[in-house]
Ligand binder design. Structure first.
Ligand SMILES: Cc1cc2nc3c(=O)[nH]c(=O)nc-3n(C[C@H](O)[C@H](O)[C@H](O)COP(=O)(O)OP(=O)(O)OC[C@H]3O[C@@H](n4cnc5c(N)ncnc54)[C@H](O)[C@@H]3O)c2cc1C
Length: 416
């Protein structure tokens, strides 16, 4: 049996790092055990042939309160997407303007045929309603599916199909929009109150910044927590650890195994990267599949958002396919390229395939009922705590918030 610091945290994702950060602030000693070779969990960036490849397309919504509270945005050198989106339908790309943040955008937005006049009015109404609601209020509202909430708000099926389905399907990793309306409303509010951005150094710069603020050598990498009995942790290889408190900050399936809970269902996603000589679109906008045919849900030219994502003279295209699919990478990439050729013509034949990522557990499924109560307990039993996006909500905000809540519970209990 090895003697341990006061607290052992399992997992160096955002939740575990945030928990460590708050424990350090409270003067409590801890060690983080991480099964992989680096920090970040689901938020990591690979450096490959001069490109920055995030492990799956993801973005920071700068309005997340917990990110504002914890991160140094300036040091992250955030690069913003142009507000709005392009959606492919009717054989062309159609621009959805965000008139609040596009100088002179109101006339263009009102004249655009992306949405009917009534759908535009409903967007105005929804936006103002959510901006005037607190996050706490949003997460206390009666829940339904996102699709039903949009229909009850009066949006046309056509607009839901062309915009909400690929846009929020890409965020909630749920092309059917069955996820909780609370999560949809929370994300919509965050989108309307801040920027959509990535750090110049890749999304992995976010956990790297959190890790850099921890006391020296707080993390044991390549260390897998195998089982947790009573308050004794057994590591792969047989080593046993005891601590005054153990915080399980693993992803939902691993946490369920360790604390003996039922494993929640997962949303999965695949991401394909391509190097192109020229960007296929003129501006750093998110591009949506608004007609619904083909594997691509959305794509973005990351090097247009942050030039550091690609070496000079190259563009990095990040393509998102929902689910992990039964096909091989090569087969699926073949379908992606065929779809992109249909949209942008034969030039796509010159795109060079880079890495791809299949992520079976990208987010816990968040159907109505899962987010009830909005903040699930972080104290499992005396001396054992759990945090992670499955305790609050599947987002950078939710993961970091759960880490803080777990740290606060530990600090309170250790002070008794
Ligand atoms: C492709 C993708 C796109 C996303 N897009 C967005 C987005 O745009 N905006 C947004 O806000 N959120 C997004 N998310 C969600 C967000 O990334 C997650 O909610 C958040 O990162 C979860 O952090 P976490 O610390 O709870 O879990 P994790 O990041 O999963 O961290 C858990 C850590 O525990 C480690 N671990 C697990 N088991 C063990 C064990 N037995 N022993 C030791 N270590 C263990 C893991 O290796 C991991 O490092 C996305 C997620 C993915 C995958």
């Amino acid at each position: 049996m090895t003697t341990s610091p006061d607290v052992v945290i399992i997992g160096a994702g955002l939740a575990g790092l945030a928990c460590g950060r708050h424990l350090a602030d409270a003067g409590i000693s801890f060690q983080i055990l991480e099964t992989s070779d680096g920090v970040g969990g689901r938020v990591r960036t690979d450096h490959f042939e001069g490109f920055l490849l995030d492990r799956g397309f993801q973005v920071l919504l700068t309005a997340y309160p917990e990110a504002q509270r914890t991160l140094d945005y300036q040091a992250l050198d955030l690069k913003k997407f142009t507000p709005g989106a392009l959606s492919w339908f009717a054989g062309r790309l159609n621009k959805l303007i965000d008139p609040w943040r596009t100088p002179g955008g109101w006339r263009e937005a009102l004249n655009s045929d992306f949405a009917s006049f009534f759908d535009k009015l409903r967007i105005l109404r929804l936006r103002s309603h959510l901006r005037n609601s607190s996050i706490e209020k949003i997460f206390q509202r009666p829940e339904t599916s996102t699709k039903d909430a949009l229909r009850s708000a009066g949006f046309s099926d056509e607009f839901i199909h062309r915009f909400f389905r690929p846009f929020f399907g890409g965020i909630l990793l749920d092309g059917e929009l069955e996820s909780s309306s609370r999560m949809f409303e929370f994300v919509f509010k965050m989108l309307s109150e801040g920027d959509t951005a990535v750090p110049a150094g890749g999304m992995g710069a976010i956990p790297a910044q959190l890790a850099a603020l921890l006391p020296p050598n707080p993390i044991r990498f390549n260390t897998h927590a195998e089982s947790l009995r009573e308050n004794e942790l057994t590591l792969h290889g047989g080593e046993s650890l005891r601590a005054r408190a153990i915080v399980v900050a693993a992803d939902a399936p691993a946490a369920a195994h360790l604390v003996g809970e039922a494993e929640p269902a997962s949303r999965s996603v695949s991401c394909f990267y391509y190097s192109a000589d020229e960007p296929p679109i003129p501006r750093p906008l998110l591009v949506l599949n608004g007609d619904g045919s083909g594997p691509v849900n959305n794509f973005a030219v990351m090097s247009q958002v942050a030039p550091s994502y690609a070496p000079p003279g190259k563009s990095l295209v990040s393509v998102t396919v929902l689910g992990t699919q039964q096909l091989t990478d090569q087969q699926l990439s073949g379908f992606v390229i065929a779809q992109m050729k249909n949209w942008f013509g034969p030039v796509v034949g010159s795109w060079r395939s880079s890495r791809s990522y299949r992520i079976p557990h990208a987010q816990p499924q968040q159907y109505p009922g899962t987010l009830e109560p909005p903040q699930r307990p972080v104290r499992v039993r005396s001396g054992v705590y759990v945090c992670g996006d499955h305790r609050d909500n599947a987002s950078i905000h939710g993961a970091m918030l759960s880490g803080r809540r777990a740290a606060e519970a530990v600090v309170a209990d250790l002070a008794r």
